[in-house]
Structures are given as C-alpha cells and as structure tokens.
Design a protein around this ligand. Structure first.
Ligand SMILES: [Zn+2]
Length: 120
C-alpha cells in the first residue's frame, strides 16, 4: 500500500468537506425538530413517556452526529498538518481505498482489527 498522492488527498478532502456539510445539515434539522416540539400545542395529547423516549433518541442521534463531526474536523486538521492517511498506531499508510470508504479512519485496517478500535 502506498501513501496518498496529492490528487488522492485532494479528493479525500473534498469528500470530508461534503460529509461535514451533510452532518451539519442533519444537526440543524435536529435543532429545528426540537423547537417545533416545544412550541407545539398538542403536547398534552402525547404520552409523556413517548415524548421522553423520542427526545432521548434524538439526543443520542445528535450526539452521534456531533462525534462524527469532530472526527471529520480532526481529519481535516490532519490534512492541513500533513499527517492525514497515516495510521495513528503503527505509522503506516491507511490506504486510499479504505479512506475513500471511511475518510475519518485513523487506523489502518490491520491495527483496527488488532485494537478493535471503536470507530463508528
Ligand atoms: Zn496501523
């Protein structure tokens, strides 16, 4: 496996920027969804437990998106620093194909399996 070429790096950067835009949009939608619920007059008719569950589900989703967003920003920072695509465990190349499938990856596939790193 080779290190990334400048073209591949550029391509992955584009991908990360696109992902960031998508995540930001989803987070924005969550916020609007919350506001709608609070201002909704039919609140009394909804079972409080259901509402609680719904809110928790939303919170968990938002938490996951926020975590993903941080990973994207971390990856973009690594591109700026010139350390993107290098495994944080062994220092070897992560590989273009793997990064294309998962641009926020910080471990090569071997280390990922070895560490059973939580990535998602
Ligand atoms: Zn590795």
């Amino acid at each position: 496996m080779d290190y990334l070429s400048p073209q591949q790096l550029e391509e992955l950067k584009e991908l990360l920027l696109k992902r960031r835009e998508e995540v930001l949009n989803r987070i924005r939608n969550f916020v609007e969804g919350d506001t709608f619920k609070v201002s909704n007059e039919v609140r009394d008719e909804i079972d409080t437990a259901d509402l609680e569950m719904e809110r928790e589900k939303l919170l968990r989703l938002r938490e996951r998106e926020t975590k993903y967003l941080h990973k994207i920003e971390y990856a973009l920072r690594k591109i700026e620093e010139g350390t993107y695509g290098i495994c944080e465990n062994c220092g070897g190349p992560i590989g273009y194909e793997r990064l294309k499938a998962r641009p926020v990856a910080i471990y090569c596939i071997n280390c990922k399996i070895k560490l059973e790193a939580e990535e998602d």
